[in-house]
Ligand binder design. Structure first.
Ligand code: IFM
Length: 500
């Protein structure tokens, strides 16, 4: 998945200073804070991280009792069966059918055929020892045209899935929107239209009625940034638009949809908990003095989503014409938020879901640069310590809220089917260690979901990028656990991560 120009960000300023910044550098950093005195709390950019020198202890690092170990997927990426049981078309069906959009002309057929094979996949989860499974509901299975009464066959499918998970003792995390908007809603304006947020709340209410008795975690919107930026600004994902103003509208309307659905959840008195899934990316300034570029990247990549959801306001440096910003019209963006919208967007949550893949460097201009090795996904700069920095930053800059890592993973080094993935073992080990370290430093982290349970349809990369703990032969649909699945299973059983 291509990531927009990078970057969430780093250590709170006081942490950076504690790590040894000089007085002069501290003064320079303060001077570079974009908004000046009296402005909302500023960003917390740190210069290029010198590896902190932290080493894992010689003994295993234990996780708290009840820590949730999970794995994640999404509907369009694993289900297949795109015309079964009255499912309507989604924007991804339309986009993938267009020549040149997806590698190899791949589409969501057959994916991993999980619509039909979910029982087999639950057995795999049981073998792994998973405590939770995160999946998404396909909106066009529930409302084939995005409005109107529920399609009973679609609702029944997800009822069977959550019941089977319950029978296996696996807690569901149900994502309501993972980018597969019904095509009919796109034809009516998609996320450029405020009305789509209202439609989303109605769709969510159907599911709270149907499944609200289930003890589950709910995620309203998955990665609104990726959907807005890559789908509406870069044109690399459905719906394939290239208009920053539409991307900005997609940001606000997805967040509004999130807030409206959260309120509907409370109104329904549904069981379980609700949150939103934000992909965050620490942005490190490669210049120790001039951190302005990194501040802007941090604003557009992170604070544009964290601040409205957790603080009830938008940052003032995320949108504009400077490098690192979302190049939309700031006045037009501000006008989208009608009175009361930000109260809705910041409706209290039960948890914050974060998705962590890596870091970025940023030059003083605002260009993203490589500061860490990339994986087979060229946008992914791998640095496990960035996860620790991010968690500490959330602890220090935002109100205390339980945090769950709902995606974390790395693709195979080859596009061919493989079960030997030592790099994934190493990736998971080092990231689990940083998670344990953050918990030890007071971060209210409650769980960790690996992306992904299965090899699947990786958006514009088609079937060429494999992210699974379990390999899938897309011709036969045979599943084979990889070496990393065995490693993960051992971590889960011990509730602890051992040194290499
Ligand atoms: O496959 C995606 C997923 O849908 C959203 N987060 C990142 C993953 C890897 O690119």
């Amino acid at each position: 998945m291509p990531q927009p120009a990078v970057a969430p960000s780093a250590l709170p300023r006081r942490t950076f200073l504690a790590l040894g910044g000089s007085t002069a550098l501290a003064a320079a950093l303060a001077a570079c804070t974009p908004a000046g005195a009296g402005a909302p709390a500023g960003p917390t950019i740190t210069p290029t991280p010198n590896p902190s020198g932290w080493l894992p202890p010689a003994e295993p690092m234990a996780f708290p009792k009840g820590y949730v170990w999970g794995a994640a997927t999404s509907a369009y990426q694993v289900e297949g069966a795109t015309t079964a049981d009255g499912r309507g078309p989604s924007v991804w069906d339309t986009f993938a059918a267009r020549y040149g959009t997806v590698k190899g002309g791949a589409t969501g057929e057959p994916a991993a055929d999980q619509y039909r094979r979910y029982a087999e996949d639950i057995e795999l989860m049981t073998d792994l020892g998973l405590g939770a499974y995160r999946f998404s509901v396909s909106w066009p299975r529930i409302q084939p045209t995005g409005t109107g009464p529920a399609n009973p066959a679609g609702v029944d499918h997800y009822r069977r899935l959550v019941d089977a998970l319950g029978d296996a003792g696996i807690r569901p995390m149900i994502t309501l929107f993972h980018w597969d908007l019904p095509q009919a809603l796109q034809d009516a304006g998609g996320w450029a239209s405020r009305d789509t947020a209202q439609r989303f709340a109605e769709y969510a209410a159907i599911l709270f009625d149907a499944l609200g008795d289930v003890e589950a975690d709910w995620m309203t919107v998955n990665e609104p940034k990726t959907h807005a930026f890559v789908g509406h600004w870069y044109g690399g994902h459905a719906p394939g638009l290239r208009d920053p103003d539409v991307a900005a509208a997609a940001v606000h309307h997805q967040l509004l949809a999130h807030g409206l659905a959260t309120r509907a959840f409370r109104d329904h008195g549904a069981s379980g908990r609700i949150g939103i899934g934000l992909n965050l990316l620490p942005a490190y300034s490669i210049d120790p003095v001039n951190t302005r570029g990194a501040e802007r990247v941090d604003a557009s990549e992170n604070r544009l989503f964290l601040d409205p959801v957790l603080l009830g306001r938008y940052p003032d440096d995320a949108i504009g014409s400077a490098p690192g910003q979302l190049p939309a019209d700031p006045a037009a963006f501000a006008a989208l938020a009608l009175p009361g919208d930000l109260e809705v967007v910041s409706s209290p949550l039960d948890f914050l879901a974060i998705q962590y893949y890596g870091v970025t460097g940023v030059d003083p201009i605002g260009n993203q640069v490589e500061i860490a090795p990339t994986s087979a996904a060229s946008w992914q700069q791998v640095r496990a310590e960035g996860l620790y920095d991010l968690l500490i930053r959330l602890r220090d800059d935002y109100p205390s809220i339980p945090i769950v890592i709902t995606e974390n993973g790395i693709p195979d080094e080859t596009s061919a089917l493989t079960v030997d993935d030592p790099y994934r073992v190493e990736f998971l080990r080092t990231h689990f260690q940083q998670a344990a370290r953050a918990i030890g430093d007071g971060v209210p982290l409650e769980g960790h979901y690996v992306w992904s349970l299965l090899d699947n349809f990786e958006w514009a990369e088609g079937y060429d990028q494999r992210w699974g703990l379990v390999a899938v032969d897309f011709d036969t649909q045979e599943r084979t656990p990889k070496r990393s699945a065995g490693f993960y299973s051992d971590v889960i059983a011990a509730n602890a991560v051992a040194p290499a």
